[in-house]
Design a protein around this ligand. Structure first.
Ligand SMILES: [Zn+2]
Length: 284
């Protein structure tokens, strides 16, 4: 298989984005442990509404991992000033913990023009929210008709939570990731995945462990972080690289009739887990 300039002379590039919303110390610790055992630096976007109370843990994560900004309120606003205030509040709280950020991931992946404009004012290098049509590689979104300064770092949009919500169990989720990693590798596309520790990766660490093992079996793979890859992409100044491949949700299906786990959280505490059958009518 050919080596690509876009993969820094490797056959593939792998990165994992963590969205840390409700800070659940045990699930965070489990997730971190898997990454450290594999020697993989993931990019953790930490929401600071609960993150502000976990300085010790965040400093601990930052020792081996890449920590970035997931805002203060878990929300994207319709006006620039409100977004700017939210991004800066997350930035300052992390800065107070000696964590320097240069990127943002919008809550729920909701990017809009108002957020794009706010991010330009922060001088951030990239944000990670979405894929637009055939843009699977990094690209500069249009901002008021012009090319934005802040790079967009797309990720594969299906996370473990989506799979659980669609009736997958752990084994089926691992099988899904195995297939999607194989497909991205074969199609020469970035293997950029994401997930949440609380109630998901941290509660089922064997899923993340399997994902890393699957990726490590591939030949010529470059393990990077979103931040390092964004820096590489900006420095090389690659031309926009669109792909014909746009089936982002390949293999993804709802599994009606299967029992799924419904988890309820309050302030990061797992309150209860119940099994529930998925109503076929809701999942057409
Ligand atoms: Zn989030």
């Amino acid at each position: 298989m050919r080596r690509l300039r876009e993969f820094n002379g490797n056959k593939a590039a792998f990165a994992f984005r963590i969205d840390l919303d409700f800070f659940h110390p045990r699930h965070v610790e489990e997730t971190l442990r898997v990454a450290e055992r594999h020697g993989i630096k993931m990019t953790w976007f930490v929401n600071m509404q609960t993150g502000q109370f976990h300085e010790r843990e965040i400093k601990r994560i930052a020792k081996t991992q890449d920590v970035q900004n997931h805002g203060f309120l878990h929300e994207t606003f319709g006006d620039k000033e409100a977004n700017l205030e939210n991004v800066l509040k997350g930035h300052e709280l992390l800065g107070g913990m000696d964590v320097k950020c240069n990127s943002f991931a919008a809550p729920f992946g909701y990017w809009n023009q108002a957020l794009g404009k706010a991010l330009e004012e922060t001088g951030y290098e990239y944000s990670s929210e979405f894929r637009e049509g055939k843009n699977v590689f990094p690209f500069y979104p249009k901002l008021a008709g012009k090319k934005a300064k802040v790079l967009q770092m797309p990720i594969h949009p299906i996370c473990l939570g989506n799979l659980f919500e669609s009736g997958y169990n752990e084994e089926e989720a691992i099988e899904y990731f195995d297939r999607i990693i194989g497909l991205l590798y074969e199609k020469r596309l970035p293997i950029f995945l994401y997930g949440h520790p609380t109630g998901r990766l941290g509660a089922y660490p064997q899923v993340l462990d399997s994902i890393f093992k699957i990726a490590k079996q591939l030949d010529g793979i470059w393990f990077t972080s979103l931040t390092d890859y964004a820096k590489f992409w900006r420095e090389k100044n690659f031309r926009e690289r669109k792909t014909e491949w746009h089936k982002h949700n390949a293999f993804f299906e709802n599994k009606p009739g299967k029992a799924r786990r419904i988890k309820q959280f309050y302030k990061g505490q797992l309150l209860r887990v119940e099994k529930k059958k998925i109503d076929r009518r809701l999942h057409r």
